[in-house]
Design a protein around this ligand. Structure first.
Ligand SMILES: Cc1cc2nc3c(=O)[nH]c(=O)nc-3n(C[C@H](O)[C@H](O)[C@H](O)COP(=O)(O)OP(=O)(O)OC[C@H]3O[C@@H](n4cnc5c(N)ncnc54)[C@H](O)[C@@H]3O)c2cc1C
Length: 393
């Protein structure tokens, strides 16, 4: 095959894999397109299960190169160290260079340990499988003691519940600015609180950690709390590579896209998943897998249209749920409107566990299906009136 267009996908997370598989499967209809996927590891990181890894639970071995087999896409294992948006090159591990005609940027996000002094040096994170394994090792060696989970968002809740369930001899403290489940309706939120109580998790909210110490945390006001391990889940940050490359980014470093997911400064770069700042009518999307996978598929569809000389279509997405596990035997699923505000309906207990597990397990089989039937990947909630933009007359 004579290669006439090189597409390089950076990051094989939930969004990057969606883009790569969709592109490769559709590429058969676009003569001369070569797709290359770059990722730090060959094993797919199920980030939505990293709180399970952190408590010593073994996850399935999901091989990215094996999944890409038969699609024609190449896999390059390595760490992206620079993007040159003018020369249209990507540097891998400092010593290899890949050339692209179109770049799909999906390097995701990690826990924001830069927000509080000491977090980078002393706190554990769920930023990667390796980071989660480090915490699992620490928890496994602690007979008793205190584990502090910093950040009372969904990742903090899931982690605190999982640790308390798996390590009942440890004291688990969940600390954050807002109440756990703050974005849920009162009954769903109350269920989250009751489950945390049942698991013995102490919840401290309305407090601000100002420093992470080798043996605990310091709060605003000067109080120190001792802890044998601190897990930092508060906030996320993105790789500085996009900003360093001169791409237009927002205040968090996420690539600002147009309606079709192209960078507003560099139209040959598409941004997807957590690394992108994608505006919908209700605001800028926040990082989730439910929204990330559609961004990957849409970027692939846009690239295919562009290669065929057609105009890419605007991306539209509406949220449909917020789900949180509370150990292995309990969960809450709060259904939402497309703008992520909570509806009245929610699930709890076994029904919620089954729902949550179905959703968490779905990406890998979805990729497998997309390989054979690319169109099957193009189903997601578009958000109806919440995302409809009236054309100017
Ligand atoms: C514990 C936990 C539970 C979660 N639960 C949910 C949930 O229930 N529902 C939900 O919708 N979302 C959930 N999320 C959020 C969700 O996981 C993220 O929004 C999603 O992973 C974003 O997908 P992504 O493809 O943009 O990035 P990622 O999945 O983070 O993938 C990015 C990929 O890029 C690679 N990479 C990064 N930098 C480089 C580099 N320089 N060189 C090479 N490779 C690199 C990474 O190794 C990774 O493979 C959860 C997150 C956590 C941590």
């Amino acid at each position: 095959m004579t290669v006439t267009h090189r597409v390089v996908v950076l990051g094989a997370g939930y969004a990057g894999m969606s883009a790569a598989i969709q592109l490769a499967a559709r590429g058969k209809r676009c003569e001369g397109v070569r797709v290359t996927v770059v990722n730090a590891q060959e094993r797919f990181t199920e980030r939505m299960r990293l709180h399970m890894t952190a408590t010593g639970q073994r996850l399935a071995e999901l091989s990215i190169p094996e999944l890409l087999e038969g699609t024609g896409a190449r896999f390059v294992r390595g760490w992206v160290t620079a993007v040159d948006a003018d020369a249209k090159t990507v540097r891998i591990d400092d010593d290899r260079v890949l050339h692209y005609d179109t770049l799909v940027y999906g390097l995701g996000s990690v826990a924001d340990t830069s927000a509080v002094p000491g977090a980078e040096d002393h706190a554990y994170t769920l930023s990667s499988a390796q980071d989660a394994e480090l915490l699992a090792d620490r928890l496994g060696r602690l007979g008793s003691g205190t584990v502090m989970v910093g950040g009372s968002g969904l990742t903090g809740i899931e982690s605190a519940a999982e640790i308390a369930e798996r390590h009942p001899k440890l004291e688990v403290v969940l600390q954050g600015r807002v109440e756990p489940g703050a974005a849920m309706k009162p009954k769903a939120k109350a269920y989250v609180h009751a489950a945390l109580r049942r698991l013995g998790v102490q919840v401290r909210t309305g407090v601000e950690v100002v420093k992470v110490l080798p043996n605990g945390v310091e709060l605003a006001g000067g109080e120190s709390i001792a802890a044998d391990a601190v897990l930092w889940t508060s906030g996320t940050r993105v790789s500085p590579l996009a900003a360093a490359a001169g791409l237009a980014v927002d205040q968090r470093g996420c690539i600002v896209t147009d309606a079709t997911l192209r960078s507003v400064s560099h139209p040959d770069v598409y941004a997807i998943g957590d690394a992108a700042a994608i505006r919908q009518r209700y605001g800028v999307m926040h990082g989730t897998c439910q929204g990330g996978m559609p961004t990957g598929v849409h970027a692939a569809l846009s690239i295919e249209r562009m290669l065929k000389g057609k105009q890419p279509k605007p991306f539209r997405f509406g949220y449909y749920h917020t789900s949180v596990s509370l150990g292995r035997g309990d969960a809450v699923v709060q259904f939402t409107r497309p703008d992520d505000s909570p509806r009245r309906i929610f699930l709890t207990g076994r029904m919620a566990v089954r729902y949550k597990e179905t959703v968490t397990a779905s990406p890998w089989p979805t990729y497998g299906r997309m390989k054979k039937m690319p169109a099957s990947g193009a189903f997601w909630p578009r958000g109806g009136r919440f995302t409809r933009v009236r054309e100017a007359r």
